[in-house]
Design a protein around this ligand. Structure first.
Ligand code: ADE
Ligand code: ZN
Length: 325
């Protein structure tokens, strides 16, 4: 089955994990495809999340200038267009891109301007989510969420925490999430990826996000599944990424079909298109081949994602129409 023509929603996608070859080649002319693969993609199987994250370093190093951030954002919008993604939320951690003198606010302005341009060029609708990282300080998390507040009129739609889930003291980011709630900023949080249900409970308790990035090990705790269903907490599921970071040995071991059947709100995402070496159409094909998923499954996932999107009701109504067209 060819899923490339199907309209799709993607809520969980990292800018720094999605650098196309053409973009890298622009900044490192003559780079070979083998070198590109070695430095800008990760193996299909990493030891764990920390191993995977250590491999994003070259991409971050490249994304330190206005030119590179702009080129990467425009290229990602073009990738989304050819994958028939009609609405995307693209995330990045602004504080990671200040190593060559850009201020964090300038980074957000640059990506926001490029996004605006990319939306106009491609017709893909999109918003930005700003990430703090698990290993950041309370101050860095607060700085990041304040950037969300400051740039909400510039297509910044939400706040996230990414990075290594094994980092200690999640409580230190509580104040940033409280700031988000006080200012009506929609929130998501990576959890239940490198750790199990206890990490998801902790994340729900401390951060109270509307969505969870991954959360796929919740099935180990029926009370947690119940809680997610009752509170309509949406899971941003990234199947290929979860196999790559070794949450599951193979796709057949993935819990997505169980989560779906339990009635949890969930969507399908790539997490990144280059580091994970996958498109969203390919994710759909793999779910079709592995679990027998068909149009009904994908439509429900996309409608769940629209409900959970950090977008206006007007935008959501338009997206639902496009999904049914
Ligand atoms: N940053 C990029 N990919 C990530 C992932 N899978 N989990 C946490 N942080 C990330
Ligand atoms: Zn992620």
């Amino acid at each position: 089955m060819d899923f490339s023509e199907w309209p799709k929603i993607e809520l969980h996608l990292h800018l720094d994990c999605s650098l196309g070859f053409a973009v890298v080649n622009e900044f490192e002319p003559g780079i070979t495809t083998a070198d590109f693969q070695h430095r800008f993609t990760a193996p299909l199987k990493c030891q764990n999340l920390s191993d995977f994250l250590s491999r994003v370093e070259d991409s971050i190093q490249l994304l330190q200038t206005e030119r590179a951030l702009t080129a990467a954002t425009l290229d990602l919008l073009a990738q989304l267009q050819s994958d028939n993604v009609i609405y995307a939320e693209i995330r990045f951690a602004p504080l990671l891109h200040t190593q060559q003198g850009l201020a964090a606010a300038e980074v957000v302005e640059i990506v926001s301007d490029a996004l605006e341009k990319g939306i106009n060029q491609t017709g893909v609708q999109a918003g930005l989510i700003l990430c703090t990282l698990r290993n950041y300080s309370a101050g860095q998390s607060m700085e990041t969420v304040q950037l969300v507040h400051r740039f909400r009129h510039r297509r910044v739609v939400g706040f996230d925490i990414a990075g290594d889930e094994l980092a200690e003291n999640p409580q230190i980011h509580e104040a940033a999430y409280a700031f988000a709630r006080q200012h009506g900023i929609p929130c998501t949080a990576h959890a239940g990826e490198a750790r199990g249900p206890e990490s998801i409970w902790e994340t729900l308790r401390y951060f109270q996000p509307q969505r969870i990035g991954h959360g796929v090990r919740c099935v180990e705790d029926p009370a947690l599944v119940d809680y997610l269903v009752k509170n309509r907490i949406h899971l941003e599921v990234c199947p290929t990424s979860n196999v790559q970071t070794n949450v599951f040995a193979t796709l057949a071991d993935h819990t997505i079909d169980k989560l779906y059947r339990a009635g949890i709100s969930l969507g399908i995402n790539t997490d990144g298109r280059t580091m994970e070496n996958v498109t969203l159409s390919e994710e759909y094909r793999r779910l079709h081949d592995c679990f027998g998923w068909g149009p009904g499954h994908f439509l429900r996932c996309n409608l769940d994602a629209v409900d959970a999107a950090f977008a206006s009701e007007e935008t959501k109504a338009g997206l639902r129409e496009a999904l049914f067209a």
